[in-house]
Design a protein around this ligand. Structure first.
Ligand code: ARG
Length: 401
């Protein structure tokens, strides 16, 4: 008896997921494998990947164009949440996993599969994100993760594939482990495993080295409508166009690189290099627009929500009751986050230099130090008396011993 009859496998075209195909059939008795390659704007040609799966013996080779949904329903809500894991990582890889899981579950349903599969190893966060998201969407579905169990080294994996009629054209094999989509790239392993090693320029693809950036600054205007990015330099753009154009402009100025040691859910610290040019600038600009349009108490309270939200997404709980509840809170706060933020790009820096909103709570007549000032200065005295009263009482009591 096999582990499953019909399996939908998340397929990238890489060595691991390709070897999963014969492995599932020969070792785990799966009768039929259907692959699903997700287009998340990673820039790969999907047709050769589709063909590769067919050549490896799958019954169906599916390609799902998920880029629009990815940006609209996964990235933009995360921007509204100003989501940064450990204050730095904008979750560019993490956000893709629940969407791929959803596509797998839908395909399993459509094709009557009793299991889905992925090529994640047992050391990362992605396995957690897939498994938990799949369980949330269809708790009756089995999840198979061959690479978590097969215990083969890279060489053994390739040898196993070759032993089953697969060929892996000798591309100059990269020492890095890379994940990529329209939001960004994550790069691990190889020389990066020593956290003291500066990343070589070869790991970057979306961002220029500072040495190669333009010698003139460039200003961009980012427009938001209810917290959603909608305009670039005054032009209304669809989500995918906005993010890809912004990636180009921002990356050209060397903005969007992150080098960090992060805490994985599975307890391991790992050294990660990220590139996420558009996403990072959008979060920065969005947070700035909130400073203009949200009240102080909402802004401060939302910081805690953002922290919890980032942890949930990182830790694979995209489809969870707490996440849904936080979404409701965040959506409510975005009602009036509409306006424009001006960002200056220059030599690896993206600095917000201006912001404007018709819904701004910022009031010049109250803030001004000029004679137009409308703030009632005398009211401050009574306010401070009441505000400081508990501290005054405490101090007096302390002095009495
Ligand atoms: N550490 C990052 C995260 O957990 C990136 C993971 C990269 N995934 C990969 N399959 N290379 O989101």
């Amino acid at each position: 008896m096999g582990r499953a009859d019909k399996v939908v496998l998340a397929y990238s075209g890489g060595v691991d997921t390709t070897v999963c195909i014969p492995y599932l059939m020969r070792e785990w008795g799966v009768k039929e494998v259907i692959t699903l390659a997700a287009d998340l704007g990673q820039g790969d040609e999907l047709e050769p990947i589709r063909q590769k799966a067919l050549a490896a013996g799958v019954a169906e080779s599916l390609v799902a164009d998920l880029t629009g949904e990815f940006i609209r329903d996964y990235a933009f809500p995360a921007i509204q949440a100003n989501a940064l894991y450990e204050n730095r990582y904008p979750l560019s890889t993490a956000l893709a996993r629940p969407l791929i899981a959803k596509a797998l579950v839908e395909a399993a349903d459509r094709y009557g599969a009793d299991a889905v599969a992925h090529g994640c190893t047992g050391k990362g966060n992605d396995q957690v994100r897939f498994d938990v998201a799949i369980a949330a969407l269809n708790p009756g579905l089995k999840v198979l993760a061959p690479a978590r169990e097969w215990g083969m080294s890279r060489e053994q994996t390739i040898a196993y594939g070759e032993g089953h009629g697969l060929s892996f054209p000798v591309k100059k094999s990269s020492p890095y482990s890379i994940d990529r989509n329209l939001l960004g790239r994550s790069v691990e392993a190889g020389p990066l495993e020593d956290p003291m090693n500066e990343p070589l320029e070869e790991v970057f693809l979306m961002t220029q080295a500072i040495e190669a950036t333009p010698d003139q600054p460039e200003y961009i205007d980012l427009g938001f409508t209810r917290g959603v990015p909608t305009h670039l330099n005054g032009v209304a753009l669809e989500p995918v166009a906005l993010v890809s154009q912004l990636n180009d402009v921002v990356g050209r100025h060397g903005v969007g690189r992150i080098d960090m040691v992060e805490n994985r859910l599975v307890g391991i610290k790992s050294r990660e290099i990220y590139e996420a040019p558009a996403l990072l600038v959008l979060i920065d600009a969005h947070r700035d627009l909130e400073s203009l349009t949200l009240t102080a108490d909402v802004t401060h309270y939302k910081r805690g929500i953002e922290e919890t939200y980032s942890h949930l997404v990182y830790n694979g709980l995209w489809y969870s009751p707490l996440k849904l509840a936080l979404d409701a809170f965040i959506q409510q706060t975005q009602e009036r986050v509409t306006g424009t933020v001006r960002v200056k790009l220059f030599k690896g820096n993206a600095r917000v230099v201006g912001r404007q909103s018709d819904l701004a709570l910022y009031t010049e007549a109250l803030a001004t130090y000029s004679s137009d000032d409308q703030f009632d200065h005398r009211a401050a005295e009574g306010f401070i008396y009441v505000w400081g009263l508990p501290t005054r009482v405490w101090s007096e009591k302390l002095r009495q011993g």
